[in-house]
Design a protein around this ligand. Structure first.
Ligand code: FE2
Length: 361
């Protein structure tokens, strides 16, 4: 397993870029600055020109969804959205939003809104999360590479993470990996090996990986709130390309024992988040000289309050940096849009039984 979640880091490719300027593509009222752009594969883009002060017209929503299908991660700056408008925009992107299963009433929730997930490092009383609290240890799982809600049998399609206030002024990062391009670069032998695999996803597996001392034995109400789910490993992305549906929540390959399952799962996660070149000289210099490093991965920098990132969980993975003792308040709130497409419900019970029976040990 990767120990990425233990470290504050940023990857070689960043948004905005650390050196030079991104190309700008004009599309009607929108300006698009891609992070990775090539003829056959693009990933990540900053989008400018949306008027967030008003309800977003259906024509712009359709244009944004087309961009989302192409880039997988869209970044907007200084939107000025509040909770209600964050939710209203999210509701234009799918039939249903995910209800926060850890919402125990408005008086017990900092946001008081069951359609938003509070992923800030702020407690109900306004104090910062204590490093040894259960909330802190739970957050460590977010620093592992994952896709949101893969542990639900009806998985999520999109996540939209919005920064509030003005406490974030650079130096805070969220990282993304392109699962379509990573899949396409696998060897044909590996593609053949994994084509029909079904994976058990379990939230408490990733929590245990990230914080075994605290989440080695989750509490009964936690286990009841989040039973495991089953999804095919190889899926089809909205643009028609094959993609990998993976996450730190991925526990076991059906028909395979746990140890071998974890070896294969982390081999694939490692592939998707790898540096593409062996660096004979220090990595930063090598990346600047060749532009080849971290082919699938980039780090998005939070620059201002109101910054918002919208990603597609069906074709990307992401991770946060872990909270630290000297971190200032980071007030970020997430809406999650349920998948309403043909693969939304995951592997059927017949597919699960067939995968168990096939046995791939
Ligand atoms: Fe997440």
């Amino acid at each position: 397993m990767s120990l990425d979640h233990m470290y504050i880091r940023q990857y070689e490719n960043t948004c905005p870029p650390r050196t030079g300027c991104a190309d700008v593509i004009e599309e009607g009222p929108l300006s698009i600055k891609p992070v990775f752009q090539s003829e056959d594969s693009s990933f990540g883009a900053e989008v400018f020109g949306v008027d967030w002060s008003k309800p977003i017209p259906d024509t712009i929503v359709a244009q944004l969804v087309a961009l989302q299908d192409k880039y997988g991660v869209l970044i907007f700056r200084k939107t000025g959205l509040n909770n209600a408008r964050h939710i209203a925009f999210s509701q234009k992107l799918g039939d249903k939003l995910e209800i926060n299963p850890f919402f125990y009433g408005r008086e017990n929730d900092r946001l008081g809104e069951p359609l938003l997930f509070d992923v800030a490092n702020i407690e109900l009383d306004g104090s910062l999360v204590k490093l040894n609290s259960r909330r802190y240890h739970h957050s460590l799982g977010n620093a592992l590479w994952h896709t949101d809600s893969s542990y639900h049998q009806q998985r999520s399609k999109y996540s939209i993470l919005l920064s509030h206030g003005s406490p974030v002024e650079g130096g805070s990062w969220t990282h993304f990996a392109d699962m379509r391009r990573a899949y396409s670069d696998l060897s044909q032998a590996k593609k053949d090996q994994i084509e029909d695999l079904v994976i058990e996803h379990d939230l408490w597996h990733s929590r245990k990986l990230a914080s075994p001392a605290v989440f080695g034995n989750p509490l009964p109400h936690e286990l009841a709130a989040k039973p495991p789910a089953f999804h095919r490993l190889v899926q089809v992305a909205p643009d028609g390309r094959k993609t990998l549906y993976l996450a730190a929540h991925a526990k076991r390959v059906l028909g395979m024992d746990l140890e071998k399952s974890q070896k294969l799962i982390w081999e694939l996660i490692g592939h998707c988040t790898q540096s593409k070149v062996h660096c004979p000289i220090p990595p930063c210099r090598w990346a600047l000289l060749t532009g080849l490093s971290w082919k699938y991965v980039f780090s998005m920098e939070w620059l201002s309050g109101g910054d918002m990132v919208w990603w597609d969980n069906r074709q990307s993975m992401h991770r946060a940096n872990p909270y630290t003792e000297d971190m200032t308040a980071r007030d970020v709130r997430r809406s999650t849009i349920l998948d309403d497409g043909p693969l939304a419900s995951g592997a059927t019970s017949e597919e699960q039984a067939a995968a168990e029976k096939a046995g791939v040990n």
